[in-house]
Structures are given as structure tokens and as C-alpha cells.
Design a protein. Sequence first.
Length: 334
Amino acid sequence: MEPATEAMAQRLAAALGRHAGLYGRVEALRRLTGGATKTTWSFELATADGPVALILQQAPAATPEREESSAPKLDAADDARLMIAARSHGVPAPRVRAILDLHDGLGRGYITEHVEGETLGRKLVSDPAHAGARAAMAEQAGRILATIHCMPTTGLDFLKRLSPAQELAVYAGLLDATGFRHPALDFALRWVRRHLPADDTDALVHADFRTGNLIVGPEGIRCVLDWEIARCGDPMQDLGVLCMRTWRFGAAPEVGGFGAREALYAAYERAGGAPVDPARVRFWEAFSNLKWAIGCVRRGLATRDDGTPASLELCAVGRRMEEPLWDFFQLVDR
């Protein structure tokens, strides 16, 4: 290992001994690609009982500017606590082995067990090797979402509550802060404002449950990732996000590119979820397309400290703003 990597490995080993009672030598430490906000590393801990495959998630340092310029997110410790609570209620969330603190010298973050499987959306929806998994995933997703939405939130006081109107205000504010104006975005904001659900519901919402945030094996969904924007709100939001065309990765089936709405809705209700309101799901699907369009704008306009574009990759994401807007108009035209 490089000296910096070796030092990091030693700090990881010490943290696991301190927090989890796991002792051994860190090997095969490598940074993984992917992850929009967190830095992800995989490694093995060589213990007396054999190797343990683990994942380190590091969150960026908190600053007032970052907190003010993003949608509400859980900090790393609360993210980990939510996953612990979810697992205890039967949700296939990552198993957290350690929540880092300042004494660990690794920044904010946590360590989870590694779960083997596929996460790449295009492979999941198109590779013949995953055909068996695709056949089961809509029903599995319905059961998992019902379990999440039925979870008690006692002890999870860090979760923010966002009504549809509050969520709209957050994203309208994020767009305003960019200074970017576009007639289609203006229309979409007005449409969402006019069609906000009249009644309020309140449940734990993952808010980013979709293809790409699921680890999948031959039998189907093994693990649900990326809990950092979870909140209390309308459970129909999760069903709408899962059905967005963006997260179908070019495949035809309307649920994540792998299944049918009817299978998702039926499994959700059988597992104890609230009766599904298809019109409300469509509202959240449309609103989620608007939010993703705003996300594309913000990524495309991101800059370094010197004012230059943050990266070519983010500029390319910005150009994709028109795709979720097209999907938005297709939905509201129905």
C-alpha cells in the first residue's frame, strides 16, 4: 500500500476494534467508483476467524454553505442509526458495524458489511443473467416498501418531516439559488403547486428507493442502499420514485425497468402498506421528475472555488435536464 493508504488502513483497524470488537489487519483497501455525495471504500479485515468483507462510507465535511445549498440530508451518524433501526424491523438495509467519531481520524462516516451483488441499473434491467431476479423484484419492492412505511419512528427524532408543500418550497428555493430560469421548469413548478395533495400522510419514507440503489442477487433484492435523504412524509412518494422513467435505464417495465405497477401495488398492499392511490403515485412520479431536473441544473452549474466548472461529468449531467422534464410533461398530459 501507499503510505497514505497504509495509514488509513491502520486507522480503520483501530476503529473496528474500538467500536465493534473486531480485530485484525485491513487488506485490499480500495476506493470504489460511484456515489454522488459519499466516498466509498471496500476492504477486508483479516481476523483470526477469517476475512470479513466490509465497506467504508465517508461523508463530506459539514459546512454552513453545504447545508444551505442542498436538500435535507441525514448526517452520517443518523444515516447509520436509521439503517440499524430498519434492519431491526426486517428491512434489508446494510448491516452497520461501526459509526465513526472524531477519535477515529477518518472523518464522518460508518462501516458496514459488504453485500455481494449487482447495483448497475443498465445491467440489472437488460442482462439475461438477471432475468430471474427481475421476475421477483416488483413484488419484493412492494413488500420492502410496506415494511419501511410501517416502521415506528420512535427514537428517530432526527428525521425531518416534509409535507408536499414544504418539499416543493425546498426545491423551488434550490432552483432559485442557481439563478437559472427555464419556461418548462416554471410551468412544472406551477403545476406541482396546483396539484399538491390536500390531505397529509405521515410515514417513514426512504425517498430514493430505486434501481441503482438496490443490491441484487439471483434471487432478487438483497439490500437497500442510500438512506441519507429519508424523512417522514407521504409513502406514495417512494412508489412514484421507483416508477420514474430515468431509473428504468432504458427498459420498458414501468417499475424500475424490471416489473409491472400492478405487481408492485398488490404486493405493497398485501404486506400491510396503505391502499395505493394511483393518481397520487403519478403526482409523486411527476414531482420527482421535476426534482431530478432541478438536480441536473444544479449539478451542471456546479463550480470549483475559482469559478470554473466542477467537472466535465457534472456538466454532462446538467445537459440531461430535458429528459426528466420530458417525462414530467408526458405524465401530466395523461
